[in-house]
Design a protein around this ligand. Sequence first.
Ligand code: RFL
Ligand code: PHB
Length: 391
Amino acid sequence: MDTSVAIIGSGPSGLMLGQLLHRAGIDAVVIDNKSPEHIMSRIRAGVLETVTVELLDEAGVGDRLHAKGLVHEGINLAFGGKLHRIDFEGLTGRHVVVYGQTEVTRDLMDARTASGGASVYEAEDVRIEGFDADRPTVRYRKDGTEHRLRCDFIAGCDGFHGVCRQSLPVQAYQTVERVYPFGWIGLLSDTPPVADELIYVNHERGFALCSMRSNTRSRYYLQCTLAERVEEWTDERFWTELKLRLDPQIAQRLVTGSSIEKSIAPLRSFVVEPMRFGRLFLAGDAAHIVPPTGAKGLNLAASDIRYLSRALIRFYRTGDSDGLGGYSERCLRRVWLAERFSWWMTSILHRFPDAGEFGARIQRAELEYLVRSRAAATALAESYVGLPIED
Ligand code: RFL
Ligand code: PHB
């Protein structure tokens, strides 16, 4: 079996790339080591920038998103016993769309099935070779049989724990990383959201986030320690702790119910440089991780794929490889701006164990400045709705 582009990973990055290439008439195979059911059961992102929405439209999968996605023109910051709204539309003329990553993945998988694109799920022992030479190869085992797929390019869309980055010689790349001394526990429930817009809470007991997937499905998060295990968090404990971190009048409105899903995620900032090695291109979480506070992970994956799909299409149409040559530099410029924003949002909203009194006062001053200065609020808003993308 041969193809033009072997896409490792069937998360949002790999599926978006597969769909964009398919529409341009470029052959690709998507290979994932998990089952479609497992991939669909991962509850992750919920907030889409305009750049991401436009890319999903371009991939031909925007219909459900436009019908069901919720347009949000702002967010709320809760601190010092008050709610402060950041008005994205008023400050930037732009908004975000709340639509779950699970739904994005479903729409893309449905489109791939409808278009007859080749996908291999539950591939075992996926290996990549020869990407520094002319004919890269992907090997994997499926149902006990060894397979070899030769291709022109490999797209490493296999997430943070994937095989592509790990296949690089150590001297070929550099990683830059920060690990935070806490995580988030998330709970999904079929209950109406506590407010119309997201609430990011800075509280002395720790950060909390009230988010949603629809008007009937809520997603809540709490800052927790890294030592905690999800089994220790009964639904009741979660709701009690969330209420303690919310202002009393909001806590009163909170509708609780049994969880559909609960999970703990550590917070991390991580970048690989460069993102291209010969005929291998890393994209999405395989190349960079941001703490979820700025809602940037999936959106960065989409902007990588926008650059990569355009570069590949240009190469196959005209033979011009300039787009491929500039891929890493272009991506990394936007990646680092999102890394900065996500780190900053994390730093102003969470309790840091060793911050001390000075750290607490500076954090409070940052928040006060944000709600008093139009310039500061605009800086938050323009990053949250998504910085411009280079063409
Ligand atoms: P994914 O989604 O991890 O998909 C990678 C795929 O690769 C497969 N794979 C392999 N396949 C073959 N061989 C191997 N050896 C493989 N190893 C792995 C996996 O099975 C999987 O199918 O990466 P991708 O596509 O780059 O997508 C990135 C996004 O998933 C991620 O950035 C976001 O979820 C981050 N994120 C958020 N992003 C936003 O833009 N807005 C948000 O509101 C937001 N909230 C979040 C988030 C991430 C969270 N967690 C759990 C980390 C909230 C949370 C809690
Ligand atoms: C989510 O709804 O999962 C979500 C929303 C905003 C964030 C992170 C996660 O910053």
